[in-house]
Design a protein around this ligand. Structure first.
Ligand SMILES: C[S@@+](CC[C@H](N)C(=O)[O-])C[C@H]1O[C@@H](n2cnc3c(N)ncnc32)[C@H](O)[C@@H]1O
Length: 378
């Protein structure tokens, strides 16, 4: 099994490295060194940066909750309309005046709001792009479930991964039916998929693909974006039957139902459609544990002719500049979801090789925090 092979290739750290790290850590933990470094330029700048980073780790929960409150109370929506004072914020967000002041000041401290003159606030530099991004706001609302599952993180990490969690229930409902929860799931997927689609389409040129099948394509946000950029490509979506019922309606209202073939099925049990010269897996692989992910890659390989391509787009572990997003955020999110894990480019590459693909390479995306990309040839 690929991942086990990678892990067993791990060797005990060499003695020089163990000694060096121990020595460095003893120095960094020493209060006298900290005092010295914080008083002396240029060490003082580094010391401040480290202290501030450490404080962010300690206080991160309050930042997330401020963000959640600002989105849920539509504080950002109000501030986007123009300068607001505490009374207007209190009325709009259904808060007391004191509560409104506490929230808007916290939001301003995090760059979500900005006090433009004393007692008057507008959107801040971080608030403006967030307000314009429906997908990010949907994710923030959805995070309530994650925070509930993480209320006791050790209990979660010690629990049997088969025990139900808020997140596992949410995803189960999403793929099982058409009730209110399933539609919340689909809406979340559709708005956030637009962000992933943008990254994928900017990072890879699909113009050479005459036909593209999006596996686990949900309600078709990716395929709809491809349809606009590549009007002559033949398009298909493979997903679970209840999900595709919603897809058909959405494609119809987008005027695309004649252009996209829907393939209902379960990718662990139904053979994947053949005849496409490109298959995409957008945010699919990381949802599944190693054996299942490898099985999916093997059936994808089987569905492609030699030389045809597979494009994998998802947030990946060990991504330079976005490390926290990988093993910290997705590591815990997918743990709470009871399935899957973030994988590094190298790990996915090894799995692709094991699944029979002849070559693979990564492509740079504009925002690796949203998705990284791997293109592989069957
Ligand atoms: C995380 S969502 C990703 C959706 C979409 N690709 C995106 O990026 O927004 C996972 C998708 O895989 C589909 N899916 C999950 N298990 C599946 C299975 N066994 N067979 C087919 N589709 C499945 C879900 O219905 C859902 O649309």
């Amino acid at each position: 099994m690929v991942i086990e092979n990678l892990q067993s290739a791990n060797t005990h750290p060499p003695e020089w490295k163990r000694r060096w790290i121990n020595r460095r850590n003893r120095i960094f933990a020493n209060p006298a060194f900290q005092k010295w470094a914080s008083a002396l330029w240029p060490f003082s700048r580094v010391a401040r940066k480290h202290a501030s980073h450490l404080f962010d780790l300690v206080a991160g929960f309050t930042y997330s909750q401020t963000l959640l409150a600002a989105v849920e109370a539509d504080l950002l929506g109000l501030l986007a309309q123009g300068p607001s004072d505490a009374d207007a914020i209190a009325a709009h967000c259904d808060l007391s005046r004191d509560g409104a002041l506490r929230l808007v000041r916290a939001a301003a401290a995090l760059g979500l709001a900005e006090e433009v003159s004393p007692g008057w606030w507008m959107l801040g530099e971080r608030g403006a792009p967030l307000h314009a991004n429906a997908g990010a706001q949907a994710m923030i609302r959805h995070h309530k479930l994650l925070y509930a599952d993480l209320a006791d993180p050790l209990a979660l990490l010690r629990a049997d991964r088969k025990a139900q969690t808020q997140l596992s229930r949410f995803w189960q409902y999403g793929v099982q039916g058409n009730d209110e929860k399933a539609s919340a799931y689909s809406d979340l997927m559709a708005v956030s998929q637009a962000m992933v689609a943008e990254q994928t389409l900017a990072a890879h040129d699909f113009s050479r693909c005459r036909s593209i099948l999006d596996i686990g394509g949900g309600h078709g946000a990716f395929v709809s974006a491809v349809a606009v950029q590549h009007p002559n490509a033949r398009l298909g979506i493979f997903d679970l039957p209840p999900v595709l019922e919603g897809t058909a309606k959405r494609l119809e209202s987008a005027g695309l139902n004649g252009r996209v073939t829907l393939h209902p099925g379960d990718f662990f049990h139904t053979p994947l459609p053949t005849g496409y010269d490109c298959i995409t897996l957008n945010r699919i692989l990381h949802d599944h544990d190693d054996d299942a992910a490898l099985a999916l890659l093997k059936s994808t390989h089987k569905a492609l002719k030699p030389g045809a391509r597979l494009v994998i787009a998802e947030p990946m572990a060990d991504t330079p500049g976005a490390q926290g997003m990988g093993d910290a955020y997705f590591g815990l999110y997918l743990w709470a979801m009871n399935s899957g894990r973030p994988r590094s480019i190298r790990e996915i590459g090894a799995m692709l090789q094991e699944a029979g693909f002849q070559s693979w390479q990564s492509a740079t995306t504009r925002q690796p925090v949203i998705a990284s990309l791997i293109v592989s040839l069957a």
